[in-house]
Design a protein around this ligand. Structure first.
Ligand code: MN3
Length: 245
């Protein structure tokens, strides 16, 4: 016969067990295995720190634009991307994988995954100080694909200037490792092969949303584009190119 003390002990264990079972069955109850898989935990994306001070790119890009662009706009894309991934099959994938596989009906991932990817690239391909010219293998590829650096600059600047509304201009590699210039609307980018007419792997990008330049340049987008060429980090662009070819 069980003593009272032993009974209480057994009883409390049973209670814990009884509580545990319904809670876990409640969590997965009513969900398909796929849905349960989708709600798995993942490490949320974080806003990367700028590799220079907010004012470091002046006079090409002013301090306040950088503060708002990084601290409000980019931070917003990261926050909304993480929220969209909470119940998404792409949760836990790399940012490259997420952006590469997004389809036309997935607006939250398309806009915010693109926003996070594009801005993360953008901060790295610009830098303070006088911009060098492209050099090495990248320079050779520019000359063979465009004829000269000046021709690339012209084509890229036209793509950036004529992008209607908000979007980006890009220099990318296609699947044959040929360089090409394109532009995309909103936060799309060439990695989004289900969404763009000319897919590729971007190595240089310019944000031509008004939030990227309006405080300093107002309606003069062409001046912003021209000054962008003064702050391109060609070392980083070449590093990205070398990693792909
Ligand atoms: Mn932006």
């Amino acid at each position: 016969m069980m003593k009272k003390r032993e009974f209480l002990k057994t009883s409390s264990i049973l209670t814990v067990g009884a509580l545990t079972v319904p809670m876990s069955s409640c969590k997965s109850g009513g969900e398909s295995p796929q849905q349960a898989e989708n709600t798995k935990s993942f490490t949320p994306f974080a806003l990367p720190q700028l590799p220079y001070a907010f004012e470091a790119l002046e006079p090409s890009i002013d301090k306040m634009t950088m503060e708002i662009h990084h601290g409000k706009h980019h931070a917003g894309y990261v926050r909304k991307l993480n929220a969209a991934l909470e119940s998404h099959a792409l949760a836990g994938k790399s940012l490259d994988d997420i952006v590469s596989s997004v389809g036309p009906d997935d607006a939250a991932i398309r806009n915010n995954g693109g926003g996070h990817y594009n801005h993360s690239l953008f901060w790295e391909i610009i830098k303070p100080g006088e911009s060098q010219m492209p050099y090495g293998k990248l320079s050779d590829a520019i000359n063979s694909n465009f004829g000269s650096f000046e021709k690339l600059k012209e084509e890229f600047s036209t793509a950036a200037a004529t992008r209607f509304g908000s979007g980006w201009a890009w220099l990318s590699l296609d699947s044959n490792n040929k360089l090409f210039v394109s532009s995309t609307p909103n936060q799309d980018n060439p990695l989004m092969s289900k969404l763009v007419s000319t897919p590729g792997h971007p190595i240089l990008g310019l944000d031509v949303w008004e939030h990227a330049y309006y405080l300093k340049y107002q309606n003069k987008r062409k001046d912003y584009i021209s000054n962008f060429f003064n702050i391109i980090n060609w070392e980083e662009v070449a590093r990205r190119y070398d990693a792909l070819v």
